[in-house]
Design a protein around this ligand. Structure first.
Ligand code: ADP
Ligand code: MG
Ligand code: MG
Ligand code: MG
Length: 413
């Protein structure tokens, strides 16, 4: 279809407007007037339509020129769909089967037609409901390792990687949201902040701590300046869809080059917030499911490190840590790899603490806490989360591995 000037779709116009997209007709059915269209976007930013027909179902995701959560007072460029599209194709290449298959991209309309994941449900919903996902830790830990490794100069040819950094550096507005919402707004009285009543003493304690703020700003500096690898950029439990036995990653519009520990750190934070919120969702007996969440954290890190080590041995084809400096001279590069994994983990721990703060203090809270109606209980659980986040930021070195992190979660619980 010829792309006309951008115009948002709606459930009534979608059939007529996308009838000419050949792959959509093939996936859904040739007669667009027979398509049933629903809008299901539950996110903060975009339109998401499910298009169902006699042959099958597909998803159409379209960017809006403003932040959906806030309204048209906060404009946001449509070009983020371009970056989301390129992120999805890279993730599919680096970890086949990890993301929905892209069928079609229309840059002018800022829309992506993709595979409909079914019967997948957003992982955050499953965690609020106390449902387990077999193989989750391995699937996502492997995804993080493959995308981190294969998107870096451990694997990529240096010039190709630099060119890709150039391409993604055009996605300026979206990282700017992370820079303020995640790293800065939680620590001062920013306009769009909100918090559960009763948290004021904890918030005061965080904001009066200059060392804490300095450490967070150092992490921001690394997030903004370091181009180790291509990140997903928004890898929380709302960006994973799962069945009881399968998990997939969606929604990489926050893609940017950054530190290798960023995605896994953000993800673990969201698992920890699921953990801390459980007493409100599981009634008298949260312990068993909380145990599963902590096992999932440990398993994710173990899978990340195992896959990273495997790729280190089999795919270290980039300019970094070349064999001519190690194996060819008769010594192992394993100590160098272990030191790198320690640095990645240390970044992940600090990012984890920061994400635990921002989800309770700035814009875009998570449903795990937000759906707790008893605000006194919510404040009590969020306070545990905030205080553990502080510990992770200020005393990162006391958490040398995932075991230490889950032990700390049990103490704060
Ligand atoms: P946003 O960028 O606005 O957060 P998402 O990509 O996260 O948008 O999609 C919003 C919601 O749409 C998801 O939470 C999920 O429920 C649904 N969704 C998105 N992509 C798919 C897909 N490929 N298959 C099924 N449902 C999807
Ligand atoms: Mg989303
Ligand atoms: Mg969202
Ligand atoms: Mg999104």
């Amino acid at each position: 279809t010829p792309s006309q000037e951008y115009e948002p779709l709606d459930v009534d116009s979608l059939g007529a407007r996308l009838a000419g997209v050949e792959i959509l007709s093939r996936k859904v059915g040739p007669d667009a007037s027979a398509w049933r269209v629903r809008e299901v976007g539950d996110g903060n930013l975009n339109l998401v339509f499910i298009v169902e027909g006699p042959v099958g179902t597909a998803v159409v995701k379209q960017a809006l020129p403003y932040v959906r959560l806030v309204g048209d007072s906060w404009p946001l460029p449509l070009y983020r769909a371009f970056y989301e599209y390129h992120a999805l194709t890279r993730q599919a290449a680096r970890d086949p089967g990890s993301v929905p298959e892209v069928y079609h991209f229309d840059e002018a309309q800022a829309l992506i037609v993709m595979e409909f994941l079914s019967p997948h449900v957003i992982l955050r919903r499953k965690m609020i409901a106390g449902e387990r996902v077999e193989g989750l830790a391995e699937r996502i830990g492997t995804f993080c390792a493959r995308t981190a490794f294969r998107g870096s100069e451990l694997s990529m040819e240096s010039g190709a990687k630099k060119a890709d950094v150039g391409l993604f550096s055009g996605n300026v507005e979206i990282p700017a949201i992370t820079e303020s919402l995640v790293f800065t707004d939680p620590y001062f009285d920013a306009e769009l902040n909100s918090h559960t009543p009763g948290l004021e003493p904890v918030i005061a304690r965080l904001r009066e701590d200059a060392a804490l703020k300095a450490r967070v700003q150092r992490m921001l500096m690394s997030f903004a300046s370091n181009t180790e690898t291509l990140l997903h950029g928004d890898l929380h439990s709302g960006s994973i869809m799962a069945t009881a036995t399968e998990a997939r990653v969606i929604d990489p519009e926050f893609v940017q080059y950054g530190p290798m520990g960023f995605d896994i750190g953000m993800l673990i934070a969201n698992y920890l917030m699921a953990f801390f919120s459980q007493p409100a969702h599981r009634g008298d007996d949260p312990a068993a499911y909380q145990g599963w969440i902590l096992e999932t954290i440990e398993g994710t890190v173990a899978s990340f490190e195992a896959e990273f080590a495997r790729l280190w041995t089999t795919e270290r084809t980039g300019m970094l840590f070349p064999a001519c400096l190690f194996e060819d001279q008769g010594h192992s590069s394993e100590p160098a790899m272990k030191a790198l994994l320690r640095d990645i983990w240390s970044d992940a721990v600090a990012i984890c603490g920061i994400e635990m703060h921002r989800r309770c203090l700035s814009l875009a809270h998570n449903a795990d806490f937000q759906e707790i109606e008893d605000t006194a209980l919510r404040a009590r659980l969020e306070a545990r989360n905030l205080m553990m986040g502080r510990e992770l930021i200020l005393r990162t070195e006391t958490v040398p591995d995932a075991r230490a992190l889950t032990a700390m979660a049990r103490e704060f619980n």
